[in-house]
Design a protein around this ligand. Sequence first.
Ligand code: MEV
Length: 328
Amino acid sequence: MTVSSAPGKVYLFGEHAVVYGEPAVPCAIEVRARVGVERRDDSKLRVHADDLSLDGFTVEYGGDADGRPDIDVSESLLVAATQYVDSAIEQVRDVTGEEDVGFDVTIESDIPLGAGLGSSAAVVVAAIDAGTRALGTTLEPAELAERAYRTEYDVQDGQASRADTFCSATGGAVRVEGDDCRSLDAPDLPIVIGFDGGAGETGELVAGVRGLREEYEFAADTVETVGDVVRNGEQALAAGDVEELGRLMNFNHGLLSALGVSSRSLDTMVWAARDAGAYGAKLTGAGGGGCIVALDPTDETETALSFTPGCEDAFRAELAEEGVRRIE
Ligand code: MEV
């Protein structure tokens, strides 16, 4: 078995606007997805997953004449997870030239699915890394990030930025603007996550922002304003000014709310964090449900969130310095 892991991420700033060429600053966190692969002697793909915050499941691919997945799980999130793996293994086949290779794939993830913590990017990065290594090829992080981006781009019908996949492949805090991806120096950030137990539909949420942007000039201006907040955020990050980071995160959340991607539970958690004294709080990722990220060096926010109706889980997350990790 060849096993790789990759971290999830939070967006300090810039989700959604990054899709339209504005900069974004995601930050990898020490919550990981692990993917193990074993080469098969046929060309099938068999995916087994436990701990995806849902019941374990097993899916076999490649059963019919067209090689289409033979999926017998109904939960759309699980089906989506297997689509990411299917597409990731296509990249493995493409990189290595082994077009007919099949794998048994095992996924274990501590990252809730579709909740704004980059679960799909982490699974894709780990799957491509393990798959290529199993065939004797070790990719550099930049190439791994590019292949993972192409996977997300395909599965999400062209609605993906490079932010999640680059951050998961390289670790640390990163800045992404269009095709330009680079690592940033970051202080030790006091990150607290609140999770409402739900998930957002990334494709629908991205399409919603696109619609608003096309309909209203002020919505397009709002997206550009997110870019301004991000540029200020970069300066605060470079200066290690955590209080200013929090203020700017509050601003970013307000703009995301205006663009229609927050939800009652996300807003409730954001306000609970602010009331508890967090420097700032915002939703992270596509929104619609899922997670918020707050900055608070004390235990107050975590405690307050754990008593907040609608918050299913609250936890502290360390910044993940390391991106993809080669386990065996
Ligand atoms: C999703 O994690 C972040 C979005 O900006 C989409 C993307 O960047 O691909 C909403």
